[in-house]
Design a protein around this ligand. Structure first.
Ligand code: NAD
Length: 491
């Protein structure tokens, strides 16, 4: 039982959902219960959809230059409350304070970019498509739109969508992960202060039943989803059946090729941050390192040292480089996958199981783990582990390495470490992934580029962020016009 019950924010009002039972929200470093969240049923979704629709009818008429003013205020509020938000993110999600600050910064960046809506949502036109006839394309908002978000970036991922949706004239409902609802609740307290009209931005907490009610509600027009591939596929399908728009980002298994000419110390440092940062719970985490030729020994030795010495602990403690995973269930799932890797023939070079953090014995900690000689045909080479586990594989040539990179269903990210421009260019051109890193470990696009997952990592066509976001949240209207005074000249 916790005294902190998470509220919904519907039509500008904070509301407690009476629904029981509620879920506990844990601090993964201590297992302490921080709050309780109710799973909102269909009638609460309906109240939000109705309020959102009423608000949309007014909001879409507000000039775009006025619509972005509350976003400027929101940016200032997020900056002012950055430290407090970062502490909330660390406490409910487990990542280190520095990682929490980083994710909030990337979220703020999206608020800034969305303030460019007056230019970003411009249409185009041609005069005289025929004599005296002009044609214009306008972008108009869709109506009520929804984002359904995962646990691993509680502050940033809602901000991949929310600012673009409202800047372009839609009303927006956030359904955050029920495992980390506290950052969203605080974000909406700031939104409340930023001065959006009631109903333009709403928060509805919940789980599958809530999502299904959102998917089937006739007043809701579009869905942005980030989470596992199974749920991404489900939401994409159900939205399509209901005739709605959807952009659904799924899971990942990101390969990184390490060439013998890579600068090995720098590569190792960057790879450790990519594989073990956020305890490996990043959709852009390096999860498979493919060493080419002589890179094998040099990289294996170094990464084993760095993994074994990484400081694991509570994310608010000084000097901690990696926090816990999100839950006890997640921890045992990851341990099971390490075991499975060993059964499939991989070596466990660094074993992060069976280790505890002093003073945090109840926390869901798993230390960095390295699997070597992971068989390419095994399950572990393809399964998203979503924990601090790096699998090592080996290729004789860059051709073989690219083949290994491309022999997978996910396409979120692929990276290469090399000092040779020609090899890098070839990789950039041939690798099957929407986000490519060249001597970069986490190729996370800035807010002014699309977050371009491919394959099983993304269902849809328009991605999150920037121009793609603006296009996703608007429908084009083409107007062809002729005015009578021209008629005499025309006929
Ligand atoms: P998840 O799929 O379990 O949950 C995501 C959201 O979907 C939550 O809001 C949850 O309430 C809802 N949900 C869960 N099960 C559902 C169901 N059966 N029906 C309807 N809705 C449901 O994902 P997660 O565990 O919170 O997040 C981790 C996953 O997210 C990983 O697979 C990771 O790769 C992925 N992810 C992807 C990206 C990306 O950009 N591609 C970014 C971050 C995370």
């Amino acid at each position: 039982m916790s005294e902190h019950q998470i509220r919904n924010y519907i039509n500008g009002q904070w509301q407690f959902s009476p629904t029981v039972p509620r879920l506990d929200v844990h601090n993964p470093a201590t297992a302490q219960v921080l709050a309780e969240v109710a799973l909102s049923p269909a009638n609460e979704v309906d109240a939000a959809a109705q309020a959102g629709h009423a608000a949309f009818l007014e909001w879409r008429r507000v000039p775009v230059a006025e619509r972005i003013q509350p976003l400027f205020r929101l940016k200032a509020l997020l900056e002012a409350h950055l430290d407090e938000l970062a502490r909330i993110v660390t406490n409910e999600c487990g990542k280190t304070y520095a990682e929490s600050v980083g994710e909030i910064r990337r979220g703020i960046e999206n608020v800034e970019v969305a303030c460019g809506a007056p230019i970003l949502m411009q249409g185009y036109n041609n005069e005289d498509i025929a004599r005296g006839i002009d044609e214009h394309m306008f972008r108009q908002p869709l109506g009520v739109v929804v984002a359904i978000t995962p646990f691993n970036f509680p502050a940033m991922i809602p901000l991949w969508f929310l600012p673009y949706a409202v800047a372009t004239g839609n009303s927006f409902i956030l359904k955050p992960s029920e495992r980390v609802p506290m950052a969203s609740e605080r974000l909406f307290e700031l939104i409340d202060q930023a001065g959006f009209p009631p109903g333009v931005l709403q928060l509805v907490n919940g789980g599958k039943e809530t999502v299904d009610a959102l998917l089937d509600h006739p007043l809701i027009r579009a869905y942005s989803f980030v989470g596992s591939t199974t749920v991404a596929r489900y939401i994409y399908r159900r939205a399509a059946e209901n005739g709605k728009r959807a952009q659904c980002q799924g899971g990942a298994k990101n390969p990184v090729v390490i060439m013998p000419d890579a600068e090995m110390d720098m590569t190792t440092r960057i790879m450790a941050d990519s594989a073990f940062g956020c305890a490996g719970q990043r959709c852009l985490a390096a999860s498979v390192a493919i060493t080419v030729g002589e890179a094998r020994d040099a990289f294996t030795e170094r990464i084993a040292d760095v993994a074994a010495s990484r400081k694991v602990g509570y994310g608010l403690d000084q000097g901690v480089e990696m926090g816990p995973v999100i839950s006890a269930a997640s921890k045992s799932r990851i341990e099971g996958l390490i075991e499975q890797g060993a059964r499939e023939g991989a070596g466990v070079l660094v074993d992060g199981r069976q280790r505890a953090v002093d003073g945090f014995e109840d926390g869901y900690f798993l230390f960095p783990t390295i699997l070597t000689d992971v068989p390419p045909e095994g399950e572990i080479a393809r399964t998203e582990i979503f924990g601090p586990v790096l699998s090592l594989m080996h290729a004789a040539t860059i051709e073989d390495a690219i083949q290994m990179v491309n022999a997978r269903a996910y396409g979120n990210m692929a990276c290469i470490f090399t000092s040779d421009g020609e090899t890098a260019r070839r990789f950039r051109n041939e690798a099957f992934a929407g986000n490519i890193g060249i001597n970069i470990g986490v190729a996370a696009p800035m807010a002014f580029f699309p977050f371009s997952g491919w394959g099983e990592s993304f269902f849809g066509d328009l991605h999150a962020q920037a121009r793609h976001g603006v296009e996703f949240y608007t429908q084009t209207k083409v107007v062809i016009e002729r005015w009578p005074r021209h008629w005499s000249r025309q006929f």
